[in-house]
Design a protein around this ligand. Structure first.
Ligand SMILES: Nc1ncnc2c1ncn2[C@@H]1O[C@H](COP(=O)(O)OP(=O)(O)O)[C@@H](O)[C@H]1O
Ligand SMILES: [Mg+2]
Length: 333
């Protein structure tokens, strides 16, 4: 895929009237057709950032461009922007007194699209999200997953080029989460839509996103391809969010006898190294596997493998061990 810059943020800052500095010097380049994830702790500024893209919030400084054109125009440009940049929400935001089809038609009504055209487009989009049989149902009759599919249909009915998702699966059970995620992936691939999503579920980033940015106190502290950021996080905050992938599991009374050591083998994907158990056994001899957090991300294996070995390891063994992983850490007692 040739790279084509879609959304660009330059030196964006935003303070709320109460003095909270929500964003500070944020720079982001989002490519056309990619699924870009934003993660960060609660209060980091994620929602504020996303809401700048369709001007639900405005920045105090810096510039946001779509296809190289600043989005800071007047009323007409704002209306056009809202059509091109749609949003879905954690709690779906459907009107309870309107049917599914009426909810989905709402943006078209507001845009003054004639009835016949409206109905055709609503039916098309309901078919795409698999809700055609529920077009005349009320939101209260839908499951969470169906509500979010209606939310997605409403967002897509204006034929946007960018879809913003703020914790879109956080209110769903695991099964519906998977269904909504695969729908988002399908939309991304079939319609070539650029998707920017916020989530606190690292699995969503791992399975869906091409690249990810980590926000902390209103600043981007790291960003890059998902396997890179997850495989070798540079910031303690990122490691904290990734949990067991890098912090290891909480010690479960795993004891070391006299003359034993823990050896942790880290895999970050950069050199394409994978945990080759036969090779590891050859190098480390009679070791015992305590746990593995290794997992494939975008075709690369990242994570760590913790072993209990007989101590002390010779300098030669350590030298060999350095060849079977990207980083080797030894812990005594
Ligand atoms: N409308 C608002 N008025 C004042 N402060 C706000 C407003 N919205 C968010 N904030 C503050 O801005 C910071 C970032 O909030 P937010 O973007 O919602 O973070 P996140 O989505 O990462 O949890 C927080 O400190 C939050 O309390
Ligand atoms: Mg938020």
């Amino acid at each position: 895929m040739t790279q084509h810059l879609h959304l660009q943020l330059r030196n964006i800052s935003k303070a709320y009237p109460n003095g909270v500095q929500a964003l500070e010097a944020v720079n982001l380049d989002i490519q056309r057709g990619e699924i870009f994830g934003i993660i960060g702790r609660s209060g980091a500024g994620k929602s504020t950032l996303l809401r700048l893209f369709n001007r639900l919030e405005s920045a105090d400084g810096g510039e946001i461009c779509i296809h190289g054109i600043p989005i800071s125009g007047g009323r007409r440009q704002l209306r056009d922007l809202r059509r091109r940049v749609s949003m879905i929400f954690q709690h779906f935001n459907l009107l309870s007194t309107r049917t599914v089809a009426e909810n989905v038609a709402l943006p078209l009504r507001m845009a003054g699209i004639p009835v016949a055209e409206r109905q055709r487009r609503v039916d098309d989009i309901l078919r795409l999200v698999g809700l055609e049989s529920l077009r005349d149902s009320w939101p209260s009759q839908l499951s969470g997953g169906q509500k979010q599919r209606a939310g997605i249909a409403r967002a897509l009915v204006t034929q946007p080029e960018i879809l913003l998702c703020d914790e879109a699966t956080s209110a769903l059970d695991p099964e519906n989460t998977l269904a909504v995620l695969s729908l988002l992936k399908e939309i991304n691939q079939r319609l070539g839509l650029t998707i920017v999503l916020i989530t606190h579920e690292m699995d969503v980033i791992r399975t869906l996103c091409d690249r990810v940015a980590v926000l902390e106190k209103g600043q981007v502290i790291e960003q890059g391809e998902v396997w890179r950021v997850f495989g070798d996080p540079q910031h303690e905050v990122t490691r904290g969010m990734l949990g067991t992938l890098h912090h290891g599991r909480a010690e479960n009374g795993e004891q070391l006898d006299v003359g034993q050591q823990f050896v942790t083998l880290h895999f970050n994907g950069v050199n394409g190294l994978e945990p080759d158990l036969r090779e590891i056994a050859r190098v480390l001899g009679g070791s015992q596997l305590i746990y593995s957090s290794c997992e494939p991300i975008q075709g690369r294996i990242v994570g760590q493998l913790k072993l209990r070995v007989e101590a002390p390891l010779s300098a030669e063994t350590l030298r060999l061990a350095a060849g079977v992983a990207d980083r080797v850490a030894v812990q005594v007692g």
